[in-house]
Design a binder for this molecule. Structure first.
Ligand SMILES: [Zn+2]
Length: 174
C-alpha cells in the first residue's frame, strides 16, 4: 500500500506507545527501546525525520532541528498533541494505510488463501481482510484488534474536532 504522507518521524525512548500508534496511522516512524540522544539526533538528520520527544532539554539543544515536545504521559493525549501539531495532514491520515506495528514496514493487502498456513483457523474463517508485513512476516486482520483501533481513532478525532470548534467559538467571542 503506497503511503502519501511525506513526514517521517523518530520517537524518543519514552514514546514507544505513540510510535506504535503512528505506525497504525500510517506514519513512517522509527523507535528504539535503547538509544542515546546523540544517536537519535544523528538518525533524524541522516533520514530527515522529525523528532518527537518528552525531553525538554533535547528541544532546547541548539544542535537539534525539527524536534517537537510531547507533554502528556497519556497515550490518547499524546496522539491529540501529535495530531494538533500536524493537523494540516488530517485528510491524508483519514485515508491512512497502516504500517507494521512491529517493524514500521509498509503493509500489503493479501488474499485469504495467502495466509492459510500463517494464522489460526478460526481467524482465517472469520475474516476476509488481511494485511501482511513482508519484512517481519506479521499478519493483521479485520478482527477485534482493528475494531479497537478504529474506535480509538474515532474518539481521538472526535475530541480534536470538538476542541477545535470550541476554540474557534471562543475566539469569535473575544
Ligand atoms: Zn513487520
Amino acid at each position: 500500500m503506497a503511503n502519501s504522507i511525506e513526514y517521517r518521524f523518530i520517537c524518543d525512548v519514552m514514546l514507544g506507545r505513540l510510535a506504535k500508534w503512528l505506525r497504525i496511522l500510517g506514519f513512517d516512524t522509527l523507535y528504539f527501546r535503547v538509544i542515546s540522544d546523540g544517536e537519535l539526533v544523528k538518525i533524524a538528520k541522516q533520514e530527515q525525520r522529525i523528532i518527537l520527544t518528552r525531553d525538554r532539554a533535547l528541544i532546547k539543544n541548539k544542535m537539534v532541528e525539527n524536534a517537537f515536545l510531547i507533554n502528556s504521559n497519556d497515550i490518547v493525549e499524546q496522539l491529540e498533541e501529535f495530531l494538533k501539531l500536524f493537523k494540516n495532514h488530517f485528510d491524508k491520515i483519514s485515508a491512512f494505510s497502516s504500517r507494521c506495528v512491529n517493524c514500521n514496514s509498509e503493509l500489503h493487502k493479501v488474499q485469504k488463501e495467502a495466509v492459510l498456513n500463517e494464522a489460526p483457523e478460526y481467524i482465517i474463517f472469520n475474516n476476509n481482510f488481511f494485511l501482511k508485513c513482508y519484512n517481519c512476516g506479521k499478519i493483521f486482520w479485520d478482527g477485534s484488534h482493528k475494531k479497537m483501533i478504529d474506535r480509538t481513532i474515532r474518539e481521538i478525532f472526535g475530541n480534536i474536532r470538538k476542541r477545535t470548534y470550541y476554540e474557534a467559538e471562543n475566539a469569535n467571542q473575544s
